[in-house]
Design a binder for this molecule. Sequence first.
Ligand SMILES: [Fe+2]
Length: 337
Amino acid sequence: MSAIEMIQSLPRTYGNTFPPSRQQGHQPIQDGHITITPILHDEQSSFGAQIDGIDWSRPLPTEDVAKLMAIQDKYGVLIFRKTGLDDDRHIGFARQLGEELEVNPFFYGIENDRIGNPLLWDVSNINLDGTIVQPHQRRWEHSLGNALWHTDSSFHQQRSKYSLLLSHGNPSKGGSWTHFADTTRAYSELPQSKKDELEDLIIEHDLWHSRRLASPQAFAQPLDNERAAERSAYHRLVQVGPDGRKTLYLAAHAKLVLGRSFEESQKLIWDLIDHCTQPKYVFSVEWLDGGDMVWWDNRKSMHRANPYNINMTARDVRRATVIDNGPLAFGPNKPVD
Ligand SMILES: [Fe+2]
């Protein structure tokens, strides 16, 4: 089977997933003026929490930032409701979390971008003229890849650590959800023999691989400017997360396991993604109001969006992304053949 035939045979599209009812958090924990409501939580592990008690009307004091980063290291995904943040304060908060923000490589100038700031990704379904993105537009095809389980920017040699996704305006009709998977807990529950097999593996990540999986025709060949903007990167599969626990660094962008064939690589990668995204490791966030923000750690989680559908109304969400400047930020260099 050729590589392209194999890609086309993979059932890598997901329908819209709407959890049957709003997931209830665990008992809130009070930490000074901050209230933490854990989502997936037991003696072994915690993943996801709603955070209340932050005053978003001004830049956060450094002690709040330090406290939130410690909470983030434990929970991996933090949800804030009705922050009231605008673009500038969204970027301002992101800057408090790291030295450098990612610049959107697909930013082609203020006149061509609805948001007009290269530090924000427009991941909405809204065109420049205010109309809703329709099937067969390049943006529609591109968005299909975001409905596959992934972690942001693993296709960069220097990866990113945090993503901060902020909702503007009204929620979209029919509900809007983002789904998160705990790759740290999923790793911890693998059999030791599997952990041993995975320990030293290096993965090639390529944005165009995930685009091709979700939309094989549109991305059979990425456009020249697309390929120029994003190339492959290499990262270790097993990483140590910010809490010191081992985790899987994995995404639909993962194309090859170095030293294995494409078919063997994809089998291993998707077996692991399926393992990590079992319901016991997953929760979903519903976007309820403008100003809602989710801040997640790409180093220890995966996420996916619901795919676009032709009935959806405007979903205006914008992302700031904080570059990892820690000791594990860079993957190994491309090996010499
Ligand atoms: Fe994403």
